[in-house]
Design a protein around this ligand. Structure first.
Ligand SMILES: Cc1cc2nc3c(=O)[nH]c(=O)nc-3n(C[C@H](O)[C@H](O)[C@H](O)COP(=O)(O)O)c2cc1C
Length: 222
């Protein structure tokens, strides 16, 4: 698979098969992905790879907290509180497309929450990844971790795997601190589900939109 094919075939998968991913495959993906660039070669990422009983225990814990109406205070704003246009509309459109696809009506708030909660089962993926930084880090280092994550998502395609990056996990900082034994100096940035795509699942048919070249590129000096 060449890079273009990996980029074009990567999509956010929200239903995975119950099929384990060998540790050797995960090791190879992470070993290659660590070649991601980072400002000053800080390599500001650490990654926790969770599967088996550890994954089940985390899922059970969050499920139980959701049932009891327990919430945690996120440690950072995933989105700006008052998202401006055109970003607000882009976010609304992709959400609407997703709910239309799976037949959840606009007014069905419990249905939407149920789908959101699927994040906390990793959409049935056998592996969950968590990306963690030192709290000292600044915006640039978060971008570095994003590049590391993109390497993983693209390489996953080469191994016949798919992913869902999951900022939704930022809603559970204390729970993850406990399950992953994070120190006070560490902050959870993002989760990621990884596994084999369920080709039959309607939810995986979503093809998100992108702006046209003219709408995001400014040419100078051509
Ligand atoms: C950092 C990051 C966090 C994301 N968090 C979530 C998430 O918590 N749950 C989810 O279903 N999708 C999540 N997504 C997926 C985006 O919704 C998706 O990338 C976007 O709609 C574009 O679709 P595509 O990835 O299929 O091209 C996240 C994506 C990124 C890059």
């Amino acid at each position: 698979m060449n890079v273009s094919d990996a980029i074009k075939s990567r999509m956010t998968v929200r239903q995975f098969l119950d099929k384990p991913v060998p540790l050797e495959t995960l090791r190879e993906i992470l070993e290659i992905s660590k070649r991601a660039p980072s400002g000053g070669n800080l390599q500001p990422w650490t990654v926790h790879v969770v599967t088996g009983e550890a994954l089940k225990s985390l899922i059970r814990d969050v499920e139980d907290k959701l049932k009891r109406g327990v919430n945690e205070e996120p440690e950072y704003n995933v989105y700006p509180p008052d998202l401006i246009e055109p970003y607000r509309t882009r976010r609304r459109i992709v959400g609407q497309q997703l709910y239309d696809l799976i037949g959840v009506p606009r007014s069905d708030t419990p249905g939407k929450l149920k789908q959101l909660a699927r994040n906390f089962r990793f959409f049935d993926a056998p592996v969950g990844l968590f990306f963690v930084l030192h709290r000292q880090m600044e915006i640039g280092q978060y971008a570095d971790v994003g590049m590391f994550m993109e390497n993983i998502m693209l390489l996953a395609r080469e191994y016949g795997l798919d992913t869902c990056p999951q900022e939704a996990w930022a809603r559970w900082p204390q729970t993850l601190k406990s399950h992953l034994s994070l120190s006070d100096d560490e902050i959870l940035f993002c989760g990621m589900a990884l596994g084999y795509r369920d080709e039959e699942a309607v939810i995986n048919e979503l093809v998100s939109e992108r702006e046209s070249f003219e709408n995001f590129v400014t040419l100078h000096g051509f």
